[in-house]
Ligand binder design. Structure first.
Ligand code: ADP
Ligand code: MG
Length: 630
């Protein structure tokens, strides 16, 4: 992720006419809208002067939809029709969600999670659209209806499906999406531009439902992201849940219904927030039916019951720094973002880890929206020197090749937009189609990666194995959406696929894929070496069989026996799992066929000189050509 300074050509010379573009932080817990006015980025308040809009929507029986504070207030009385934290469900399948953690009723809609409410079935996209519509209306009330579009922020870990879902929501809300950007990147923009400080920074964003860490290098207005990581299923909600457990234990509460659970979580959250400013908090809660909570929680008790969560944020922070090969003391600073970084336990843990105080100059609730507003302002063509920023790909993208191996085409942490092409070839003589299987992940084996899309390139003219040149191009646009195309260069036949949102990968799964990739690296490398030798051995056997069939008359019986023996030895080695043995057997077979190959070559040349076609000469596979699965 890098921020490039791009001046907008042909922009309006009239300095008084600005094109208004919004920056929107569509948060799990809170959402905000900000705009740059007279050069200053500011969050827009509602009629009551509040800039935060709770990301809650109530779909009540016989009444209009309510968004924000009203919905939050109704959460306890009408939990079934009040949707909170819907962002956690974006792009998720029913199987990924534990209904016990939610107060509303879930339903599957073509495999996608949806909520059954008094206003009908609502998908997370519908809920996000209702929140975005409320923010758009707030902005229109303040700015008029000259709004050209919005930059909307998403967690760094959002995959294609989740980004697409966010765009769909914006479209439903009547917003033109100028760009989606990662939340920590937006925070970096807000800090970088406001302070002009140079060096390497970590952005630590702990919100209500997501945790993002990014390491960014800032120099002369250009930001480059060195690494990203985190966990989109870790946030303030989890701290609430741990404290709620403590309260329930103390009060001896078991078997709570949805309403009581929501009330208890609400009380836990209030106590948690109070503990950020006070040494203790009193929790008094009447659940009706004689059940009560009446207790005092101090900071030590809170720190104790949430310790595992705090430790996990630090462990994730460490692993991102390791990814970037950066010792903690090489950072110029660490930026705290997100309401949950107000908790002293979190600040203390970050301070202890770095051995110095983190930066908290900007309001941690507003910093993401403010960065987004600056980007929106620049993208709308207003800015002379505001940067346009580019993000990175969170998980590597690649193709399946022979042997079930992954050939990475775009590495993770590559800046987007980007396009990369790689040439592949056919594995068999006369092969007229190849299957392209696009995968995502850090593992060497396809079976351990996530399948994104499959398509076929057909109509390749029959050629000897290795003669076709198929160029596969991966193109990722500024929003992280992927298009893959394949083209056979000789004949020009081509096929392509835009990776459709494949709903169903949970946020945890993405984090797990990153972790698994790190821990399995050695085993994967061994597997890869074995599969590669097996594929190479198979190719050699095929080619030798074909050549012996075509030019049998060139061989005397001793030579034929020698080659057969080498082939048998290779076939035997390939049944085992020692890649060195296979490699040696392949080399032995290549050596055994040297004389034969030379004779075939001579014959081909004689035929060519005699005016015969050279098409029958078996082409050699180039050293850089790989064979996609066929
Ligand atoms: P998101 O980005 O997920 O929308 P926010 O950045 O708005 O989240 O953070 C929301 C979280 O911050 C909630 O869990 C909320 O309880 C927590 N929070 C807000 N203020 C405080 C506070 N003073 N102390 C502790 N946590 C807080
Ligand atoms: Mg946030």
């Amino acid at each position: 992720m890098a921020l490039l300074q791009i001046s907008e050509p042909g922009q309006s010379p009239d300095p008084h006419r600005h094109r208004v573009a919004l920056g929107i932080d569509l948060g799990t817990t809170h959402s905000l809208v900000a705009v740059v006015r007279s050069g200053v980025a500011e969050c827009l308040p509602d009629a009551q002067g509040r800039v935060l809009l709770p990301s809650a929507v109530r779909y009540p029986d016989g009444d209009a939809i309510r968004v924000g504070w009203d919905a939050m207030a109704a959460r306890i009385d009408d939990p079934i029709n009040t949707v909170v934290s819907a962002k956690r469900l974006m792009g998720r399948a029913v199987a990924d969600v534990d209904p016990a953690t939610l107060s509303y009723r879930l339903e599957a809609r073509q495999g996608i999670v949806a909520m059954r409410t008094a206003h009908g079935v609502k998908t997370p996209i519908d809920v996000a659209a209702d929140i975005l519509r409320a923010l758009r209306e707030r902005a229109e009330a303040a700015l008029g209806d000259d709004i050209v579009g919005a930059v909307i922020t998403v967690p760094a870990y959002f995959d294609d499906a989740q980004r697409q879902a966010t765009k769909d929501a914006a479209r439903l809300a009547g917003l033109n999406v100028l760009r989606l950007i990662n939340e920590p990147t937006a925070a970096a923009v807000a800090y970088g531009l406001d302070q002009g400080a140079e060096g390497v920074y970590a952005v630590f964003d702990l919100g209500g439902g997501t945790f993002d860490v990014s390491v960014l290098r800032l120099s002369r207005g250009v930001f480059e992201v060195i690494a990203t990581g985190g966990d989109t299923a870790l946030g303030g909600d989890d701290f609430d849940a741990r404290l709620a457990e403590l309260l329930a234990r103390r009060a001896g509460l078991v078997g709570l219904d949805a309403r009581a659970r929501a009330a208890l979580l609400g009380a836990a959250r209030s106590a948690k927030e109070a503990l950020s400013d006070a040494p203790y908090a009193d929790v008094v809660l009447d659940l009706g039916d004689g059940r009560r909570v009446d207790t005092r929680v101090d900071r030590d008790a809170f720190a104790y019951c949430t310790r595992a969560l705090t430790e996990r944020t630090i462990a994730l922070l460490e692993s991102v720094l390791r990814d970037a090969s950066l010792p903690a003391d090489s950072l110029a600073g660490i930026v705290l973002v997100g309401g949950s970084t107000r908790m002293p336990v979190v600040r203390d843990a970050v301070r202890a880890f770095f051995g110095r105080a983190p930066l908290t100059d900007l309001d941690p609730d507003q910093v993401v929206a403010i960065g987004a507003a600056r980007q929106a302002h620049a993208l709308a063509g207003n800015a002379g020197d505001d940067p346009l920023l580019l993000d990175v790909i969170p998980l590597s993208l690649g193709l399946e090749t022979m042997g079930g191996l992954v050939e990475r085409v775009i590495e993770r942490n590559t800046t987007i937009p980007t396009a990369r092409a790689q040439d592949f070839t056919t594995f068999k003589d006369g092969q007229t189609a190849i299957a392209i299987h696009v995968v995502q992940g850090e593992r060497e084996l396809v079976s351990a990666c996530r399948s994104l899309a499959r398509f076929e390139l057909r109509g390749i003219p029959p050629m000897p194995a290795g003669a076709a040149r198929v160029r596969v191009t991966f193109q990722v646009d500024a929003d992280g959406l992927l298009e893959v195309s394949a083209r056979e260069l000789g004949s020009g036949v081509q096929a392509q696929v835009a990776v459709k949102p494949s709903y169903g990968l949970s946020d945890d799964a993405i984090a797990d894929m990153l972790r698994a990739g790190q821990t399995a690296a050695d085993a994967d490398a061994r597997q890869r070496a074995l599969r590669e030798e097996q594929v190479e051995g198979e190719r050699l056997l095929e080619a030798t069989r074909g050549a012996m069939h075509a030019d049998a008359d060139l061989l005397d019986s001793a030579e034929r026996d020698r080659i057969h023996a080498a082939m048998a030895a290779l076939a035997a080695a390939m049944r085992g799992d020692d890649h060195l043995l296979i490699r040696d057997a392949s080399a032995a077979l290549a050596k055994a066929t040297e004389g034969f190959a030379a004779q075939r070559m001579n014959r081909s040349i004689r035929q060519a000189l005699a005016g015969r076609s050279v098409d029958s000469i078996a082409a050699q596979v180039g050293p850089d050509a790989r064979e996609p699965r066929n």
